[in-house]
Design a protein around this ligand. Sequence first.
Ligand code: GDP
Ligand code: IMO
Ligand code: MG
Length: 425
Amino acid sequence: MPTLCVVGLQWGDEGKGKVVDLLAEEADIVVRFQGGSNAGHTVVIDGQKFILHILPSGILRPNCLSILGNGVVIDPIQWAAEVDDLQQKGVTVHGRLLVSNRAQVVMPYHKKLDAALEEARGDASLGTTLRGIGPCYVDKVGRLGVRVADLVHPTAFRGVLERTLPAVNRVLHRGFGLPEMTAAEILQEVGSCGDRLRPFVADVAQVLHRALAEEKRVLFEGAQGSLLDVDFGTYPFVTSSNTSVACAASGSGVPPSRIQDVIGVVKAYSTRVGQGPLITELRNETGEKLRQRGGEFGATTGRPRRCGWFDGVVTRYSAMINGVTRLALTKLDVLDHLDTIPVCVGYRLRGTLLQELPADIDSLEHCEPVYRDLPGWLRETSSITEFSELPAPARSYVQAVSDLVGAPIEIISVGRDRRHTIRVP
Ligand code: GDP
Ligand code: IMO
Ligand code: MG
């Protein structure tokens, strides 16, 4: 690995946290490059569970420097709470984390606007995490954002607030009937977090270029999944960032030519939190069983995740846009109890067979899955550590997923813990 990027190929929660933690053993630096604390990445080490929302999962590996790139949106209050939580659990953060001076700050009013927008959408709400992500990215491209470099310099911060608040308050008050916010209120809410952030702030692009010149190994940690990508996902039921590999470059300052090795993480079935199409969704007892066996409840909001069969159409598309070179397949153990496991090999749309993912939401909502049934293995797999010891039908399932997505599977996860992992020879 000089560089390696890990991305989710479904709707998030594929198990990226676990996979990044495994790969970080061999990395010097782990970089988050997009999203914010809408992410929830779970890592379980010898039974101890950590859920990372904003910090890179590499923070749990003492050998790694962790970096938040310019593409991340940082809620300073959540950031400080997560740092405290980790320190309490015995994880050293000071001296092992850098935050880009160019990253955008999630302001208190972004969270209010997220909730107000969801309410205004009524029945068409998206089911966001209410972490202020959408409004923060809107202000970034609308040139009304506050950056980390501003937040950590009190005079600059006051100046930015004076410049941006008149427009922000128009939206808050005239747009949504919310109380206007004063600079003093905002300074009181997040000013002290600016003081805490200051020692972590760096020109991350410079740091990464120096590290690459020294042949350090850099691991990029994607958040969310490709079907939540603002361009390539099931728009408008997406998040507000590019979740695919292209953003590893624009969100960190490392040129695209340096990021060629991409591991796509796929769960052995599909899940989705929030609204939007999930073509293989199981709204029945089987779906409920997957939810219970897989512990499919949001790591960030606790919401039950919608569950369905593996979808070869969306994952092949995601692998294509990410240039995926290899795959990690997670949660195979969740399927242990099934005697037959359908996988989706195509869609039927108004009588026509499709192999490719339609762009428009109306078509997506009318697509029906075409399944191929694969035999189950009806055996517990969590204690297996060698590929050759997996039951033959489980090996066939792994091969079928690999064929559908179009990339080799290198890692198979059969449980939550670090040790529940099979490396495919
Ligand atoms: P992420 O957002 O992609 O990092 O994934 P999440 O952490 O939100 O969700 C994945 C969930 O599945 C977490 O609770 C993990 O502990 C758990 N998990 C990861 N891999 C496996 C696995 O192979 N088997 C089982 N049973 N659970 C897993
Ligand atoms: P990780 O990194 C699953 C979903 C939300 C909602 C939509 C938009 O743990 O895989 P947002 O708050 O981003 O504006 O919400 O995106 N969503 C996720 N779903 N895993 C995530 O992150 C998610 N981050 C956002 O549920 O449907
Ligand atoms: Mg998650």
